[in-house]
Design a protein around this ligand. Structure first.
Ligand SMILES: [Mg+2]
Length: 379
């Protein structure tokens, strides 16, 4: 025991020494989150802490679970100057509502924290509020409080959203098992055409999937399918085989890209689709399709199958699809707030290492946080 404790202390000291030299641009957003989550114990009433779309807590004396999430929108990062104020408010609310939906929750309450420059026009502040209110009303969310602060430069709106779900309907990223079918709602690759400002989160669809027991694991697509699948894979400890030819490429992405490879790339890489990706046990697939078709007009596509962990993430080869011609370059990994884009990576240390690692072989999408790069403007 004593020896183990000593080892533990040594390891901790070693890790702290390593932390000294590391920059966020080397480990990326998800490396940072992993570091924050490391060794953290669940507190009283905590069912699920850091690492999923929302946290899950158990209020004393109730059968339901409370879901909690918080996400900001920042000028210049999540939207650019062409976004209207109402769109900024809408997006700030809906990003969070989408995360609650992804856990199988019913969105209920929200807090809004707004940081604005001191000379910001009231007219614009009220327009942002209209966007927030409109989004909240759409799914029966009540804004119950928040705060306002002065901030130099870019404006930032942070919404904390709370939702609830019966305990057995809470759906995490961890339930995918080999053999399960992989589905995605709607179509992919529309974010560059401004869809990300006006999207409607799949709350109704997600509640259906969770309450009827169809989704074994679920998450919303915010960073691009390639990167988000990587996160699903990590939590469920599985691999995925993806049918590239079945990916539901959005009309916007089809307009923007002539080649099949380009369209697939958009579907895999474009962030902010805010669709649902989920897995379903094979035995439930036929019933899911039937019930889905009765209820929704939204497209539902089986895009792959869950495999063992060591499989990684690969595409299934289909007739007429030549791997060599499909990806002349690489699939760029998902959006990450901290990893350095390739063009700016320079020569030194981790950044250069990171950029080299973003090259993946055609047909293989094996990445980890260190390898993720690629920054999009105006998000
Ligand atoms: Mg999410």
């Amino acid at each position: 025991m004593e020896i183990e404790a000593a080892h533990g202390k040594l390891a901790e000291a070693e890790m702290e020494k390593q932390d000294e030299a590391v920059r966020l641009s080397e480990i990326g957003e998800f490396g940072w989150i992993r570091r924050i989550a490391r060794g953290r114990r669940a507190g009283r009433g905590v069912v699920l802490g850091i690492g999923d779309d929302a946290a899950v807590v158990r209020p004393s004396g109730g059968k339901k679970r409370l879901l909690i999430t918080c996400d900001p929108v920042i000028e210049g990062v999540h939207f650019d100057s062409t976004a209207t104020d109402e769109q900024i408010g809408w997006k700030a609310m809906m990003r969070n509502v989408s995360d609650l939906a992804a856990m199988g929750g019913e969105p209920r309450w929200a807090l809004v924290s707004a940081a604005l420059p001191r000379d910001f026009p009231l007219r614009r502040a009220l327009a942002i509020q209209r966007g927030l209110d409109r989004a909240a009303r759409r799914f029966g969310v009540t804004i119950v409080g928040g705060d306002t602060a002065r901030r130099r430069g870019a404006l930032q709106i942070t919404v904390t959203a709370l939702g609830e779900a019966p305990a057995r309907e809470v759906t995490t990223r961890a339930g995918a098992r080999p053999g399960h079918a992989l589905f995605v709602t709607g179509s992919l690759g529309g974010s560059r055409q401004r869809k990300h400002r006006t999207f409607v989160p799949r709350v109704t669809e997600a509640r259906f999937l969770a309450s009827r027991g169809f989704a074994s694991a679920m998450m919303d697509l915010s960073d691009g399918l390639a990167g988000d699948l990587e996160r699903l894979r990590e939590r469920s400890e599985v691999g995925f085989e993806i049918f590239f030819e079945k990916l539901p490429v959005s009309a916007a992405a089809r307009r923007a890209e002539v080649s099949r490879a380009g369209r697939v790339r958009r579907a895999m890489e474009d962030g902010e689709d805010y669709e649902l990706v989920f897995t379903t046990p094979r035995s439930k697939v036929a019933r899911l399709r039937r019930e889905w078709a009765r209820r929704f007009r939204l497209r539902l596509t089986e895009i792959g199958v869950v495999r063992e962990k060591k499989f990684g993430i690969r595409r299934a080869l289909a007739p007429g699809w030549r791997a060599a011609s499909l990806f002349p370059g690489t699939i760029r990994a998902a959006y990450d707030h901290f990893l350095v884009p390739q063009s700016a990576a320079g020569k030194s240390g981790g950044a250069a290492r990171g950029s080299r690692n973003t090259r993946v072989r055609p047909g293989e999408l094996r990445q980890n946080a260190r390898r993720r790069a690629g920054r999009r403007a105006g998000r």
